[in-house]
Every structure is written in structure tokens, then in C-alpha cells.
Design a binder for this molecule. Structure first.
Ligand SMILES: C[S@@+](CC[C@H](N)C(=O)[O-])C[C@H]1O[C@@H](n2cnc3c(N)ncnc32)[C@H](O)[C@@H]1O
Length: 313
């Protein structure tokens, strides 16, 4: 994800919190599919720098206040989502942060979408292409503005894409209108609303990082339940796996806090811990692969990508 003040320090989590200002080695990611997107998910270096400057120039609450002055109805929208999530067991909701992020992107790229400066999809989509059958009935969890949805849609038979916000889903619809149909669904909480054994594959890019240990156990158990026996879950998260990464994460917590609203509350766990959680939820680990540093537009710790299977029997 972004590695700028725009989003999270090294690119993860909640754009409200601002971030560190490591000089980014920005480049526009090569599109993974050929068709030009109706919404732009690539940013030039110059655009990325302007987005960073905008996001870094004001504190999160000021950007929030500005957005709410222009679109006061967003306060009710976000409150509803937070209430719905909380009543379904979720402790923190970052919807307003994502909406502010999109608002900031659009000040520079009028048709820009969520994650226009994030990059980092090559390894993840390579795993989807390698493991998920072309005929699959798939679910993309937490589709955001449709950035990853665009890459998934041509690779599967039928696609459901969900997110917690109707507003965010409207962006995803606009970004994928030129593709084969996608069934967009509003979700909430920790996946209790997923139907039993509906999907051949569930795909979640940068979703699980938003949940705490116990929340993950519940969400991943629900994801397993939503898969047909033998079905796959392809997930991408941040992990910390050596002393330098732990120190970096501790630095982010020091600089940005670790309260319930902090994006650094639980955004990272060691790869082994994620694996333990997935296995505790009944998944077999099929493949684990780290994304490459050069997939991202800025200096950051690459994602760890998991391919998991619900055992056939
Ligand atoms: C970091 S963004 C990633 C968006 C997209 N997957 C991408 O990589 O561009 C996380 C998305 O997850 C959504 N989200 C948050 N909580 C969720 C939940 N409980 N279930 C499904 N999606 C959720 C957010 O609204 C947001 O759009």
C-alpha cells in the first residue's frame, strides 16, 4: 500500500494517522490487465508526491472535518457502519479513514480510486492466477474501490465482491463497469453473514490486517465455512518476521499510538502466527509467498501472501 503520509507510515492501515516520510522511490505500477480502467488506480510519480504532500500537510482530524463539511451525510453513513460492525463483534471501524483517503486522491486525480498510489499486486495476483480455477465462483472480501477486483474478475467464472460501505462499493462499481458482471454485496462485522459453502475461492487483499487476534479467528472460521470443501482462501497481510521489522512496527506504534482507533493496533503479526490462526480455523496451508519490494511505490515491508485450502473431507 501507500508508503506515504497519505496512508500509513510504511503504507498500511488508516490514512488518518499520517505517517513517516521516508523518501519514496515511486513508480507507476504496470497494469496487470490490458483494458484501461474507468477509474484510475495508477498514479504518476508527480501525482503520488502531490497526494503525499496533501495528506501530510494537515492532521487527520482536519481532513475529516473538511470532508464532513462538504459531505455531512458521510457522518451518518460512517456511524451506521460503525454501529453495524460493533453489534456484530467488531471493535474498530476505519470507514471514514478510507473515504478520506479517496477524497485526498481525488484532489489530485479526479477519477482516482482507493489505493491509486499503493501498487503491490504482482505476487498476490500471480498466486490467484496459479491456484484459483477459471471457472470458480469467487468472493473478494473488502474490495475497496475495485482496484484488485479489476484484476480478479477476468480470472474467475463468477465474482461476488463485498465491503462494509455502500459508498465504497459505489466506487468499486464505477471502477468495474467495463468488466463482466460482479455481484456487489454489503457486509459487516466478522463474516457471520457469509453463506455456508457458497464459494470455490475467497480472495482478500489487505483485509485481515484490520482485525485483532480473536476477531481473526472468528472471521477466518466464517471464511472457511463459506468455502466448498477443497475451496481456497488467498489472503494478503503485513507480517513482521525479523528484528528490523519488529523495530519498525514498534516505531510506528510509538509515533502513532496503539489505541483502538490506531491502525497499528494489530496490523502485523509474525507470519507463523497468521499460519497458526489459519490452521486453528481449519485451513491447510498450500503456499506462502512474500511480495517483492519492487512491487510497491514506496519503501515498505512487502506483504505476505497465503494460499489456504479448506480440506476436501
Ligand atoms: C486496505 S483497504 C483494501 C481495499 C482493496 N482490497 C485493495 O487492496 O485495494 C480495506 C478494505 O476493507 C474494507 N473492510 C473493512 N472492514 C471490513 C469487514 N469487516 N469486512 C469486509 N470488508 C471490510 C474497508 O472498507 C476497505 O475498503
Amino acid at each position: 500500500m501507500i508508503s506515504t503520509r497519505e496512508g500509513l507510515t510504511d503504507g498500511e492501515g488508516d490514512p488518518l494517522s499520517g505517517g513517516t516520510s521516508a523518501a519514496p522511490a515511486l513508480h507507476a505500477p504496470a497494469p496487470l490487465n490490458a483494458a484501461p480502467a474507468p477509474v484510475r488506480f495508477d498514479a504518476t510519480e508527480e501525482e503520488s508526491l502531490r497526494i503525499q504532500a496533501l495528506a501530510g500537510s494537515t492532521r487527520g482530524w482536519m481532513r475529516l472535518a473538511r470532508l464532513l463539511m462538504r459531505q455531512p451525510q458521510l457522518a451518518v453513513h460512517a456511524a451506521k457502519i460503525a454501529f453495524r460492525g460493533a453489534s456484530a463483534g467488531l471493535r474498530a471501524d476505519h470507514t471514514l479513514s478510507w473515504l478520506i483517503h479517496v477524497d485526498t486522491v481525488r484532489q489530485v486525480i479526479p477519477n482516482g480510486g482507493m489505493g491509486a498510489t499503493w501498487g503491490g499486486l504482482d505476487t498476490f495476483m500471480g498466486l490467484v492466477a496459479k491456484h484459483v480455477a477459471r471457472s470458480a465462483h469467487a468472493l473478494e472480501l473488502g474490495c475497496g474501490g475495485g482496484r484488485v477486483t479489476r484484476h480478479i474478475r477476468p480470472l474467475v467464472g463468477t465474482l461476488v465482491a463485498n465491503d462494509v460501505s455502500e459508498r465504497i462499493l459505489a466506487g468499486a462499481r464505477a471502477a468495474t463497469g467495463d468488466l463482466a458482471p460482479i455481484d456487489f454485496r454489503v457486509t459487516y462485522g466478522l463474516g457471520d453473514d457469509l453463506r455456508d459453502q457458497e464459494f470455490d475461492a475467497v480472495i482478500g487483499h489487505e483485509l485481515l490486517m484490520q482485525f485483532d487476534f480473536d476477531e481473526l479467528l472468528r472471521y477466518c472460521s466464517n471464511i472457511r465455512r463459506s468455502l466448498k470443501p477443497g475451496g481456497l482462501f488467498v489472503a494478503s497481510v503485513y507480517t513482521f518476521d525479523d528484528a528490523a521489522e519488529i523495530a519498525q512496527h514498534m516505531g510506528m506504534i510509538r509515533d502513532h499510538g496503539a489505541g483502538a482507533r490506531s491502525p497499528f493496533r494489530v496490523h502485523r503479526m509474525p507470519c507463523k502466527t497468521y499460519q497458526d490462526i489459519f490452521e486453528a480455523c481449519g485451513f491447510e496451508v498450500v503456499e506462502v509467498e512474500r511480495s517483492r519490494e519492487d512491487e510497491y511505490q514506496a519503501k515498505k515491508t512487502p506483504h505476505t501472501n497465503f494460499v489456504l485450502r479448506r480440506p476436501a473431507a
